[in-house]
Design a protein around this ligand. Structure first.
Ligand code: 4AZ
Length: 374
């Protein structure tokens, strides 16, 4: 779907828009609902590209907040349960390019599930109430590409919080993140029957420089590999880009949004930048608005969807290692004092060498925990 959004395509898009409107009207009049879905879903409205490429099969128990959204019982999009009564997904999974809600189209039935390892069996259906997208969503530029599905009754699955402002180290460029979904297995290929996961690198904006002005670093996050090979693809849209912190903390840092093809060299995936503190605050406000508009019970109102205090994976271990290194320095210092009291030159020299080693190790381990924790 990325190519469609490059500036070169804009004049064409305007002409195509008029034509598409006309065709859509004819199409709606002439087609059955199931054909309609297969031609208008988030999965097929874009250029040839795929879902999770280069990943491995996983199970819903590893990603219990993963949501599968189906349209007329076909895989349509992913999502994340961020609140017991709210799914966060991509805006482009909920509205068409003119801002019309798919859920309002006659003959189109949307369902959402958690707990599905296989695309068409198991799990729990969520009680779909109403879809709403961020008012700033722009289908041409794919900015602010997120929206919400409120539920009529709370889901029992655990939620995934958005990484908070004190958790920026979890997703700075260079960190590993995981993207999951039932999307296409390769560019233009079939979607997956089993939930897939793949590890990608969080990249600086410069990693998406080949997209030119089509990449917007204020609302989009670049993640994947410059070399290609592993990526989200069509049908993964709306699904979570998540990170694992220490003590098993999991956080949402992005939403599968767009890209040029899938897993192509120089074209990493583009995700909605939901953990950027300002944007996360916007999402929190939107959640609060939905809680009130939809009259959620008190027990499901005022819920904080933003996490705090999670530390990057490996930080706790690196701090333990540093404390041990500190103790080694202290005991080496005591050993040196003891050696000096004996007056034995050889013993003093040996103790000095081991103190020096211990200090070097402490310095390495301080650098290591700085690198991992901050
Ligand atoms: C899509 O069409 C799509 N490679 C999603 C993600 C990516 C490409 C396309 C990223 O929904």
């Amino acid at each position: 779907m990325g190519t469609r959004k490059t500036p070169a395509f804009k004049p064409l898009l305007i002409a195509a828009t008029a034509l598409a409107l006309l065709l859509a009207a004819l199409f709606l009049a002439a087609n059955t609902p199931s054909e309609f879905v297969s031609h208008s879903s988030a999965k097929t409205r874009v250029d040839a590209s795929s879902s999770i490429v280069g990943g491995t099969s996983t199970t819903a128990s590893n990603f219990p907040w993963q949501v599968l959204i189906t349209a007329n019982n076909k895989e349509f999009c992913g999502g994340s349960l961020i609140h017991p009564m709210i799914i966060l997904t991509a805006a482009h999974c909920l509205v068409d390019d003119y801002g019309n809600y798919y859920e309002d189209r006659p003959g189109l039935v949307f369902r959402a599930y958690t707990g599905r390892t296989r695309v068409n069996a198991g799990g729990v259906e969520l009680d779909w109430h109403s879809a709403r997208v961020d008012p700033r969503y722009d289908a041409i530029r794919t900015v602010y590409d997120w929206g919400f599905v409120s539920l009529d009754s709370p889901a029992s699955a655990p939620t995934l919080k958005i990484a908070g402002p004190d958790e920026l180290p979890l997703w700075e460029p260079g960190r590993k993140a995981t993207v999951t979904g039932f999307g296409d297995l390769y560019d233009g290929g079939p979607s997956s029957t089993v939930l897939q996961r793949v590890t990608v690198n969080v990249l600086a904006d410069s990693g998406c420089s080949r997209y030119g002005a089509a990449f917007d670093g204020t609302t989009q996050l670049c993640a994947g590999y410059i070399a290609g090979g592993r990526d989200a693809c069509q049908g993964d849209s709306g699904g979570p880009l998540s990170v694992t912190g220490d003590k098993g903390a999991r956080r949402l840092i992005g939403i599968v949004s767009t890209g040029k093809g899938c897993a192509l060299h120089y074209f990493p995936g583009i995700y909605s930048r939901v953990a950027e503190p300002e944007l996360a605050e916007d999402i929190q406000s939107e959640v609060e608005l939905i809680e009130s508009l939809d009259d959620f019970p008190d027990a499901y109102s005022g819920i904080n969807v933003i996490g705090s205090q999670a530390r990057p994976y490996g930080c706790a271990a690196s701090i333990k290692a540093r404390k041990i290194a500190e103790q080694r320095v202290e005991s080496s210092e005591r050993a040196l004092e003891a050696a000096r009291r004996t007056g034995n030159r050889d013993r003093i020299e040996a103790a000095k060498r081991s103190l020096k080693n211990a200090k070097n190790r402490l310095s390495d381990s301080r650098d290591n925990s700085e690198r991992i924790c901050f």
